[in-house]
Design a protein around this ligand. Sequence first.
Ligand code: COA
Length: 175
Amino acid sequence: MPTGELVRLRAFEPSEAEALWRWNHDAEVMRWMEDGYPDSLADLQKRMADWKPNSYEKSRLAVEALEDGKLIGVVVLRDAQPETGHAELDIYIGEKDRWGSGYATDTVRTACRFGFEKMRLHRITLWVVADNAAARRVYEKVGFVEEGRQRESFRRDGQWHDMVMMGLLEGDLRG
Ligand SMILES: CC(C)(COP(=O)(O)OP(=O)(O)OC[C@H]1O[C@@H](n2cnc3c(N)ncnc32)[C@H](O)[C@@H]1OP(=O)(O)O)[C@@H](O)C(=O)NCCC(=O)NCCS
C-alpha cells in the first residue's frame, strides 16, 4: 500500500459509502468541485458495488490517516495511458477537521510517487478552480506548475470561475 508520512492509500470498503455520501453532500467540501445531481446513499452504495477493482487505468484510493487509521479523504489516479505515460489526479479531504494539517500535501505526494515509481508515468495533470487557493498551494508545494487556463469554465453560485491546468513531471516531485 502506498504510504507517506501522514497517510496510507488503500482500496475502499463497501461499508465506507456513508462517509463518501456525507462528503459529497457537504457544501463546504464541494465548494470548488463538480457536484452533479443529488443521489441517495442507496444509489451510491449500488454504484460502489459496480466499481471495478483498482487498476492501471483507474485507481480510486481511500486516504487513511496513519495517526489513528481513520478514513479522511479520496485520491484518484485516472485515465492513465501507457503510450504517453500521462494520468490525471483528483483529490479531496472530506473530513474538514483534518484540513490544514498537511494531509492533502502528503496524499498528493504519495499518490504521485506511486504513479511515477509503480506505474512508470512520466507526467501527472490536474485541474483546479483558479480561486481554490488552498488546493493550488498544496499542488505547488508538491511541485506542480501552472500550464494553462480555461476561462470561465466552472460555475458556482451564479459566478463563473477560470480553471487552471497544472502538471508535474517525473523528477520534479518535491519532498
Ligand atoms: C484543498 C484541500 C485538498 C487542502 O487539504 P489540506 O489537508 O488542508 O491541505 P494541507 O494541510 O496539506 O495544505 C494546505 C495549504 O494551503 C494553505 N491554505 C489554506 N487555506 C488557504 C487559503 N485560503 N489561501 C492560501 N493558502 C491556503 C495552507 O496554509 C497550507 O499551506 P502551508 O503548508 O504552506 O501553510 C482540502 O481543503 C479539500 O479537500 N477541500 C475540498 C475539496 C477540494 O477543494 N479539493 C481540490 C479540488 S482541485
